[in-house]
Write a new protein. Structure first.
Length: 293
């Protein structure tokens, strides 16, 4: 069994990006600029945005964070987005989700300039991805494809089962895995809460991607001998043996499933670290379009 080391691969990607930024600076081009907008003080979102900012700076990007209070009005948020859409010094930006309940998420995503939508959440980018056209692919699905590529996982003609149909992970990764690409060309089954005979369906998978949002949902009896298992989940569970009182687990019962899998992503250190690396890749792509045009 081989562990798919997302921490190592994400460091590799960040080094590649850092080298490209250095060569842009050598050519007297400005550094790529990623901006993030965060509304409210959700602790998980604050942590994510702080990591994005730190890693962006780590590869030599300029990073700006717009921190707005929870009672920010729709108009105020739209004003900041409008400013970022038109600021030629900003290559890409994200609006951290979730947003406070009084703000319509869809309306906000639609208002982002698709050329700067490095999260790949704008319907134009989603549509372009579905059609296999140049676009920004959302960070987590892109990170999964990058892991499969760099570990040279054979996907063509293989059976791929995706658990979960979220707009952020399950749905896009199922589209990418079915496309005529490498990795890709898999025979994809997308499972969700209404799927019947789930255990049997999962047991057919050569590649099993778990993005269902339930701790240790995937047990060893759901996994085929020799399968490649990608775990997108991240959950805190109580663990009195830890100083913190908790530990992190994924959507997969790692200890048992690892005995059957040929390759598996751990939690933490698997898919998680890949997501920010993917966001940085998208931002570099946006910057190159802007500064070389
Ligand atoms: N909230 C959780 N994940 C993400 C993400 O990838 N992008 C944004 N904008 N918000 C998120």
């Amino acid at each position: 069994m081989e562990i798919i080391d997302g921490k190592r691969i994400s460091e590799e990607i960040r080094q590649e990006i850092g080298a490209e930024v250095a060569s842009m600076i050598d050519k007297d081009l400005r550094a790529p600029h990623l901006a993030a907008v965060i509304v409210g003080d959700d602790p998980a979102s604050q942590t994510y945005v702080a990591s994005k900012e730190k890693q962006a700076k780590g590869v030599g990007f300029t990073s700006t964070v717009y921190r707005m209070p929870a009672d920010t009005s729709r108009e105020e948020l739209m004003g900041v987005i409008e400013f970022l859409n038109n600021d030629n010094d900003v290559d890409g930006f994200i609006v951290q989700l979730p947003l406070p309940a009084h703000i319509d998420e869809q309306e906000v995503l639609l208002s982002i300039n698709p050329a700067k939508d490095v999260d790949g959440f704008h319907p134009e980018n989603v549509g372009r991805m579905a059609l296999g056209l140049p676009c920004y692919i959302p960070a987590t699905p892109n990170g999964i494809m990058e892991l499969l590529k760099r570990y040279q996982v054979e996907t063509a003609g293989k059976s791929c089962v995706v658990l979960g149909r979220s707009h952020i992970v399950g749905s896009p990764v199922s589209i990418l895995m079915s496309q005529k690409t490498t990795p890709g060309n898999a025979t994809v089954t997308l499972c969700h809460s209404r799927t019947q005979n789930l255990k049997e369906v999962c047991r057919e998978a050569d590649i099993l991607i778990a993005a269902i949002g339930q701790p240790r949902f995937v047990t060893a009896d759901m996994v085929k001998e020799g399968a490649v298992v990608i775990d997108v989940g991240i959950h805190r569970v109580e663990d009195p043996s830890k100083k913190s009182g908790f530990r992190l687990v994924g959507d997969v019962d790692y200890d048992e499933v690892a005995k059957k899998a040929s390759m598996i992503t751990p939690v933490p250190g698997g898919v998680g670290p890949m997501t920010i690396a993917s966001l940085l890749q998208n931002t570099l792509k946006a910057a190159k379009k802007q500064v070389y045009s």
